[in-house]
Ligand binder design. Structure first.
Ligand SMILES: Cc1ncc(COP(=O)(O)O)c(C=O)c1O
Length: 404
C-alpha cells in the first residue's frame, strides 16, 4: 500500500460499518520471535542427557544475571511462580500488607494471596501510569511489609523515591519487571536495583521460553532460598552431592522448576534481546510521532533518565474529544484487522477482589480513569514497516470517524 492509497482508506467508511479494512489479515498486539538458532539450541538439549535439572538452566541463569547486572538469577516455571517465590523468600506471610498499583496483571496481586499477604492498592501517577510515591506514602500502615512496583508497559517506576520510602521504614522492595526486561533507571538495569525483581518469559514478552520466569537478587541468602522454593524446599540436589541419596526438605516448597529445554530457548533468545529492544524502540518512536499530532489521543508516557523497554504500546483516548466510546473504538480497530487489546482491568475491580476485599470503583481514580481510556496497539520486533504504517493508518481512520 502506498501513501496515497493509505490516505484514501483513511477517509473511507470504517470496516465496522461495512467498509474495506485497512489490512486483509489480523495483526496481533504481540508475538514471539523464534528463529532457527532457537530451534537448534532446543534440539541439542533434546538429544542430550538432561531435559530438566541439568546444566542449561544454570547457564541461562548466569547469562541472565549478567544481562541485568544482578549477582544472582534463579529460573522458575513462570513469571507468576517467580512472583510467588519472591514474596515467599522476602518473608511475607499472613496479614502482611504489600502496596502495589492496581493497573497490572492479576499475578502481581495474586502472588500475595498465595502466602496470605494482603494487597493494598495505591493509585498511579497519570503522567507515567506507574505507582505514585505519594499515594504509596498515604497507604502505609503498621502492617506494611513491602512495596511491589510494576513497571507498566516497560517504563521504569520512580525507583529512587520508592527505595527511600522503603528504606525509611525497613520495607522490602519486590519489583514486578514482567514488562521491563532491558529497561533502565538512571543508567542501572531493572533487575539490579531492588531486593528481588521478577521477570516473565510468556510468548509476548521480550524473550520467551513458552512459559517461564526469573527472579534476580544481589543477596546470596535469597538466591539459595529461591532455589529451594522451586524444588520442594529441598536443600541441594543429589546430583550436586555424589555418594549420597539423601534429599533433605528444609523449607516449604513447590515444583516450579524451569526445564533445560526451556532454558536452551531462553539462552538463545537472550542473544537477540538488544536487537529486539532496539526494534521496539523504533516502532514506539513512530507511534509517538504520529499520535502526538492527533488531539484526540494521548501518546504513551515516557520519562527522562530512563530506558523504556516497550513491552506494550499503551495509547489513551481523550474521551472528551470523541463521540465514540473506548469499546466502540476497540471494535472499530479490530474490524480494521488491528489486534488491539486492553491492559488492564484494574485488579481491584475484578469480581474476586471486589468480593474478598470489598474494593470498589473510586478507590484508585487515576488508574480507573486510565484503564477506561487505554488501548494496547501491536508492538513486537518482527513488525514490518508496512505493519506499523497500517496501525497508524487504521488509528487515523477510526479516530477521524469517531472524532467530534
Ligand atoms: C505485570 C505482570 N506480572 C506478572 C505476569 C505473570 O507472568 P507469567 O504469565 O509468566 O506467569 C505477567 C504476565 O503476563 C505480567 O504482565
Amino acid at each position: 500500500m502506498n501513501d496515497a492509497e493509505r490516505q484514501a482508506i483513511a477517509t473511507e467508511v470504517p470496516a465496522l460499518l461495512g467498509g474495506m479494512p485497512v489490512r486483509a489479515r489480523m495483526l496481533p498486539y504481540g508475538r514471539q520471535f523464534v528463529d532457527e538458532s532457537d530451534i537448534q539450541a532446543v534440539t541439542e538439549v533434546l538429544r542430550g542427557d538432561w531435559l530438566t535439572n541439568g546444566p542449561t538452566v544454570a547457564r541461562f541463569e548466569e547469562a541472565f544475571a549478567a544481562q541485568v547486572g544482578a549477582r544472582f538469577a534463579v529460573a522458575l516455571s513462570s513469571g507468576t511462580a517467580a512472583l510467588h517465590g519472591a514474596v515467599t523468600v522476602a518473608g511475607l506471610g499472613p496479614g502482611d500488607e504489600v502496596i502495589l498499583s492496581p493497573l497490572t496483571f492479576l499475578a502481581s496481586a495474586n502472588c500475595l494471596l498465595y502466602c496470605g499477604a494482603v494487597p493494598v492498592f495505591a493509585d498511579i501517577d497519570p503522567a507515567t501510569l506507574n505507582l505514585d510515591p505519594e499515594r504509596v506514602e498515604a497507604a502505609f500502615s503498621s502492617r506494611t511489609k513491602a512495596i511491589l512496583p510494576v513497571h507498566f508497559a516497560g517504563l521504569p517506576c520512580p525507583m529512587d523515591r520508592l527505595q527511600s520510602l522503603a528504606r525509611a521504614r525497613g520495607l522490602r522492595v519486590i519489583e514486578d519487571a514482567a514488562h521491563a526486561l532491558g529497561a533502565e533507571w538512571r543508567g542501572r538495569r531493572i533487575g539490579a536495583i531492588s531486593d528481588l525483581t521478577t521477570f516473565s518469559f510468556h510468548p509476548v514478552k521480550h524473550i520467551t521460553t513458552g512459559e517461564g520466569g526469573m527472579v534476580t537478587t544481589n543477596e546470596p541468602r535469597l538466591a539459595e532460598a529461591l532455589r529451594r522454593f522451586r524444588n520442594h524446599g529441598i536443600e541441594r540436589q543429589v546430583r550436586d552431592r555424589p555418594g549420597t541419596w539423601r534429599q533433605d526438605m528444609v523449607d516449604f516448597g513447590f515444583n516450579y522448576r524451569l526445564t533445560d529445554i526451556q532454558s536452551a530457548l531462553g539462552l538463545s533468545q537472550l542473544r537477540r534481546l538488544d536487537a529486539g529492544l532496539a526494534r521496539r524502540e523504533a516502532v514506539a518512536a513512530q507511534y509517538q510521532a504520529a499520535f502526538e499530532a492527533m488531539p484526540e489521543l494521548l501518546p504513551a508516557p515516557t520519562q527522562p533518565g530512563t530506558r523504556h523497554a516497550w513491552h506494550i504500546y499503551p495509547l489513551r483516548l481523550r474521551a472528551e474529544r470523541l463521540r465514540a466510546d473506548r469499546e466502540t473504538v476497540f471494535r472499530a480497530l479490530r474490524a480494521e484487522n488491528i489486534g488491539v487489546s486492553v491492559h488492564y482491568l484494574p485488579v481491584h475491580l475484578h469480581p474476586y477482589y471486589r468480593e474478598r476485599f470489598n474494593t470498589v470503583r473510586g478507590m484508585c481514580p487515576a488508574a480507573e480513569d486510565a484503564a477506561d481510556r487505554l488501548l494496547t496497539l501491536p508492538l513486537f520486533p518482527q513488525m514490518t514497516a508496512g505493519d506499523v504504517e497500517d496501525v497508524i493508518a487504521a488509528v487515523r481512520k477510526v479516530v477521524r470517524w469517531a472524532g467530534r
